[in-house]
Design a protein around this ligand. Structure first.
Ligand code: FE2
Length: 224
């Protein structure tokens, strides 16, 4: 087994068991894309940096709200340039957060609709609205978009607010990853939220992002 194949195996295992894998050894961009291809199907490559586009939230110096990236299974970042201080990627493991919620609130969130941005291939056919929380066997999926939740009752709105407060509190399950040039981070996007605090207006921080889909599990849950 060569080094990249072995690394892909490690990433797959660690993302499944702990929700993310922070690779602190150097990876070239080519190696990063090569290992991402082994995790599943790469459906999009992006640059994450500051920009003037009014519709791209992650391009603003102000902090980015907690979210996950639509119908994607694994999101990876490889750092090209980083701030001398700050610019960390923050993660929150929702398995931990949800385990601390009242079971009745979790059940309500399984009925609470939320818009799910389509970032993967159209053939995947994820419904445009899915519940905030879904579970299949022992796999947890949380579609976390505070601005795109569509509660149908006060109870649903209140249950989401409870979840949001726990996420915003950055309690158990929250990690700060000070990703540095050539380092990489991979997360289970179905279960782990990401965000970033504010950075300087002149920041030249640049991350390369890859969006990967794996075993198309949404189809198993929601059907065609
Ligand atoms: Fe994101």
């Amino acid at each position: 087994m060569n080094a990249i194949t072995s690394l892909a195996s490690t990433i797959t295992d660690r993302v499944a068991s702990q929700g993310f894998y922070y690779h602190q050894e150097e990876l070239s961009l080519d190696e990063f894309y090569e290992v991402a291809e082994m995790l599943g199907e790469t459906v999009r490559l992006d640059d994450v940096e500051l920009n003037d586009c009014p519709t791209i939230q992650f391009g603003k110096p102000a902090g980015i709200f907690w979210h996950n990236d639509g119908d994607i299974d694994i999101v990876g970042w490889n750092c090209v340039r980083q701030e001398s201080s700050g610019g960390d990627l923050l993660l929150t493991d929702l398995r931990q957060v949800v385990s601390e919620m009242e079971p009745s609130d979790v059940e309500i969130l399984k009925q609470t609709p939320s818009l799910c941005p389509w970032l993967s291939v159209p053939e995947r056919k994820v419904p445009k609205r899915i519940p905030v929380i879904s579970e299949l066997e022992d796999t947890l999926w949380v579609n976390y978009k505070p601005r795109q939740i569509r509660p149908q009752s006060e109870a649903q709105a209140a249950a989401f607010e409870t979840l949001k407060q726990k996420v915003d509190a950055r309690g158990d399950g929250c990690y700060s990853v000070p990703i540095q040039p050539r380092e990489s981070l991979f997360v289970d996007n179905r279960r782990v939220l990401h965000c970033r605090d504010a950075i300087s207006k002149g920041s030249t921080r640049l991350l390369k992002r890859v969006l990967v889909v794996t075993d198309n599990p949404f189809n198993k849950l929601y059907g065609e």
